[in-house]
Design a protein around this ligand. Structure first.
Ligand SMILES: [Zn+2]
Length: 346
């Protein structure tokens, strides 16, 4: 198979800017900030690779995965928040987290239901970035659906804000719309078997939740042991799926401090599950937060490691859509993405 590559992005991905927030008993400077995009976009430029501006695919693929009320909250929540005659701050963020249903009377009640933690606030331009992050990812899926002769079989999408922690009806962990799940569902129009392989430092509990009872979408994730590590509540090996989906959810939690060889041992096992599944198409959730100096890292992946990771994805010899999601050590985002891209094209 020839391996042509296409890269998608959109200027709107840089609009969302969260403010400092309180969690784990202390204040945090936000990690998931627009400057990440500035660094990441340097990589294709340095390698002379063209970046295509994403076109709009629309809302339908988003609503195929997420609850209507939740998407409505993401889109209109900020304006509702600003309309409240209280001294509220510049972003939707209540510190009230009540996951069970409530009557939704008022923006605070909606926020209590639809935000799972304090790391996913909604400010003036958040929705524009959230929406276009999903649209950018959808461009790669749409190309595979609409053009089976000229389509690139390796595609990489900038996906900011990221998505893998977003649940069907809850934002959290810097994530709002679950880009990987949205495109996996969209790809099902053409492909019978879609595999999502997640190599971000954190378990993508949103993807797991959305496909937990399904056997047509495999979810396999290599991530830091979730015991006292985000998302804290999921990512264990014993979470294997349910009903028809039993066995189609394959988690590889790594002990904290795992070295690079250990990381790739888990990656190889995760890839084995994709091969066993015999996927028609692969969605790769790529996180640069496994990089050894990343503030979120609990393992020791080097810059060279991202090239090896890309080579492993390429070697699967299937159409691959890579979503660039986590990764917070800005001084190395450019270099690490260059390493990954070079592994895809060489
Ligand atoms: Zn992460």
């Amino acid at each position: 198979m020839t391996r042509k590559m296409k890269i998608y992005s959109h200027d709107n991905l840089s609009l969302h800017r969260p403010l400092p927030y309180f969690s784990y008993g202390k204040m945090h400077e936000p990690l998931e900030i627009p400057e990440r995009m500035t660094e990441l976009l340097k990589a294709p430029k340095a390698l002379g690779l063209e970046v295509t501006t994403a076109k709009e695919i629309g809302m339908a693929p988003i609503l195929a995965v997420h609850d209507f009320g939740y998407v409505d909250f993401l889109k209109h929540g900020y304006n509702e928040w600003r309309a409240v005659e209280e001294d509220l701050g510049p972003q939707v963020q209540t510190g009230i987290f009540v996951p069970y249903d409530n009557p939704g009377l008022g923006i605070m009640a909606k926020a209590a239901k639809y935000q799972a933690d304090d790391s996913a606030p909604i400010s003036e331009h958040s929705w524009t970035s959230i929406y276009w992050s999903a649209q950018t990812a959808l461009n790669a899926a749409d190309a595979l659906l609409s053009d089976d002769s000229g389509a690139s079989d390796i595609q990489l999408c900038f996906s900011r804000p990221p998505g893998h922690h977003a649940r069907r009806s809850a934002a959290g962990g810097f994530c709002y719309l679950n880009n990987a799940a949205i495109i996996a569902e969209y790809l099902r129009q053409k492909y019978s078997r879609v595999a999502i392989i997640d190599t971000d430092m954190h378990h993508g509990q949103g993807i797991q939740e959305i496909f937990y009872a399904r056997s047509d979408v495999l979810y396999t994730s290599v991530h830091g042991d979730p015991v006292n590590f985000y998302p804290a509540v999921s990512g264990h090996t014993f979470e294997r799926g349910t009903g028809a989906g039993e066995g189609y959810n394959v988690n590889f939690p790594m002990p904290h401090g795992t070295d690079e060889a250990g990381f790739f041992d888990y990656i190889d096992q995760s890839i084995e599950s994709v091969k066993l599944f015999d996927a028609d198409v692969i969605v790769h959730v790529l996180g640069f937060d496994v990089y050894k100096d990343d503030p979120e890292a609990r393992c020791q992946v080097s810059t060279e490691g991202f090239k090896i990771l890309a080579q492993k994805m390429r070697a699967l010899d299937k159409p691959v859509i890579v979503l660039v999601e986590g990764g917070y050590y800005r001084p190395k985002l450019n270099e690490n993405l260059q390493a990954f891209l070079s592994g895809l094209i060489e």
